[in-house]
Design a protein around this ligand. Structure first.
Ligand code: SF4
Length: 258
């Protein structure tokens, strides 16, 4: 179907705000309060996923970058009208490509909101300017800054089927930077932060190696392999003997979601 034909079909399907094309009343949810405001930062993205809801790509600039002044106007309105808006969400495209993203996040956080960013955690987020800006925001505003990373599958093949070649490793690198989950034999560059999660047991990466680093929370997660039960018992025992560490469980697996 051509783009023009597609637009025509959509126009016919959504011509009446109250009734569907087949004559049924449309479902409605009454607006009670603006609890969360979503900002679209622009449609450009460093990659081009097969099913992207907004058809983002490195070329798609149909939705221009929103800027700090435009977002401030909305934040002013929330304040002026005393709206109960708790959270400001930022999505794209890839939000970390927007030149004003750090300033916009800082403004939302400084006004007391939670700020949520949806990202692929790839190169745009991993630039030194962005990383040091995020560390500064985390330092100033703590857990009110939340980063949500899109991973289509825990395995490389299915993730890249959706997101394209060479997308998996870079995203995992970004997740590692955000979460700090050390693996044996790797060079750890991030030595301070909010949370360190260590999969246990790992030869050459025992908890004692990381216990002195500057993290607020230390989590031990039993390794998920055929010895999971024994690993869970060992991790639990270690946490009981070393209260600096807390047990981290992959609850989705416990309830049968793999
Ligand atoms: S990373 Fe997100 S915004 Fe970018 S193309 Fe994929 S789904 Fe779209």
């Amino acid at each position: 179907m051509t783009e023009a034909a597609l637009l025509q079909t959509r126009k016919e399907k959504f011509r009446d705000p109250d009734w569907t094309a087949s004559g049924e009343r449309r479902a409605q949810v009454r607006l009670q309060a603006l609890r969360m405001l979503w900002i679209n930062t622009g449609s450009l993205c460093n990659i081009e996923c097969r099913n992207c809801y907004i058809e983002s790509s490195p070329e798609n600039d149909r939705l221009a970058y929103v800027n700090r002044g435009e977002v401030s106007a909305f934040l002013d309105e929330i304040e002026r009208e005393a709206l109960p808006t708790r959270e400001i969400g930022f999505t794209g495209g890839e939000p970390f490509m927007n030149p004003d993203i750090l300033a916009m996040l800082g403004d939302a956080l400084a006004r007391g909101h939670f700020a949520l960013v949806l990202t692929n955690a790839m190169q745009p987020m991993q630039r030194p300017r962005i990383k040091s800006g995020l560390l500064g925001l985390r330092e100033a505003h703590g857990a009110r800054l939340v980063i949500r990373v899109s991973l289509d599958h825990y395995g490389k093949a299915l993730h890249e089927e959706e997101r394209g070649p060479d997308t998996y490793d870079k995203t995992v690198e970004g997740i590692d930077w955000l979460c700090v989950s050390p693996k044996a034999g790797t060079n750890i560059v991030q030595r301070r932060g909010d949370e360190l999660k260590l999969v246990y047991p790992q030869t050459g990466a025992g908890p004692e190696r990381y216990a002195g680093q500057d993290f607020r929370n230390f989590f031990l997660q039993p390794m998920d392999n055929p010895d999971r039960a024994a690993n869970t018992a060992a991790a639990t025992r270690y946490c009981l003997e070393h209260p600096q560490w807390r047990l981290s469980l992959q609850t989705h697996k416990l309830i049968g979601i793999r």
